[in-house]
Design a protein around this ligand. Structure first.
Ligand SMILES: NC(=O)c1ccc[n+]([C@@H]2O[C@H](COP(=O)([O-])OP(=O)(O)OC[C@H]3O[C@@H](n4cnc5c(N)ncnc54)[C@H](O)[C@@H]3O)[C@@H](O)[C@H]2O)c1
Length: 266
């Protein structure tokens, strides 16, 4: 399904070695984009890059960078410029469900009560999920402005920005922060023709929900909260991100789209 909606565009995607970020990289490459995926873990990155090359024949580079560190994100954007010459699209997908979450590992379900939570755990979730997205937006936008090219930034928030989940206060607050970061930064970027939007997924089939999927109660809870009666797929999220990334959404900025199987309707 290659129709070239991102032909001649360069997309930088954090969290690109797994789940929603990797699905965006694959889908955007199908649409003609040159891709830079970033994440933690060189082996995972190389494997994901190879998978995208094999599937799409696209040009894919990878840069290892931890979104917690400004200098690493600055370097990521510079390396993308060095490799492909410009940055047109950014997806900020790197994230964790809790301070001890490790993507792809066996994780406990979302259940860390605020009242018992060490401050460093709270800080870690906010650092990755909110400050990491801010840094990604900031350093990408600097290059877009310097190159004088309009761009599109897509942040991955969550339905948890608007639905309170007990046991995951840090996560909910970080995602509500991403939604407001998207609104406010979009206003700042209007004069530069840079659009800033977000998607707020419901429960999606990725390593992040694997612990819940494997637990009978957790699986039942996710389906019960979702009127469509199933989890979403990474591809469905990538298609939403694609709409916001490409010119078809040219009149949309500062918006968060919630692909969540009708969770707000019930
Ligand atoms: N899966 C869901 O149900 C769901 C729902 C709503 C929102 N989200 C959000 O979608 C995004 C992607 O999550 P996913 O579900 O694909 O999970 P995932 O674990 O498959 O992907 C998250 C990626 O972020 C990377 N990451 C974590 N910490 C990082 C750091 N400090 N620096 C750089 N990279 C880091 C991980 O290594 C991993 O590859 C996250 O922001 C998540 O909060 C997921």
């Amino acid at each position: 399904m290659a129709v070239g909606r991102l032909e001649n565009k360069v997309a930088v995607i954090t969290g690109g070695a797994s789940g929603i970020g990797k699905a965006c990289a694959l889908r955007f490459a199908e649409e003609g984009a040159e891709i830079v995926i970033s994440d933690i873990g060189a082996t995972r990155l190389e494997e994901a890059a190879q998978e995208i090359r094999n599937t799409t024949n696209g040009r894919v580079a990878w840069v290892e960078a931890d979104v917690c560190f400004a200098e690493q994100i600055e370097d990521l954007m510079q390396q993308a410029i060095n490799e492909f010459g410009h940055i047109d699209v950014v997806v900020a997908a790197a994230g964790v469900s809790g301070a001890n979450y490790v993507s792809g590992a066996e994780n406990e379900s979302l259940d860390h009560q605020l009242i018992d939570q060490p401050l460093e755990n709270w800080n870690r979730v906010l650092q990755i999920n909110l400050t990491g997205v801010m840094l990604t937006n900031k350093y990408a936008a600097r290059h877009m402005i310097a190159n004088g090219n309009p761009g599109s930034i897509v942040n991955i928030a969550s339905t948890a920005a608007r639905v309170a989940l007990p046991g995951a206060v840090d996560y909910c607050v970080s995602k509500a922060g991403v939604a407001m970061l998207t609104n406010a930064f979009a206003m700042e970027m209007l004069e530069h023709n840079i659009r800033v939007n977000a998607i707020g997924p419901g429960f999606i089939e990725t390593p992040m929900t694997q612990g819940l999927q494997d637990d009978a109660e957790g699986a039942e809870m996710m389906v019960a909260m979702t009127p469509m009666g199933r989890l979403g797929t990474p591809l469905e999220m990538a298609n939403c991100a694609l709409y916001l990334a490409c010119d078809e959404s040219s009149y949309t900025t500062g918006s968060t789209l919630y692909p969540n199987g009708a969770m707000f309707i019930s």
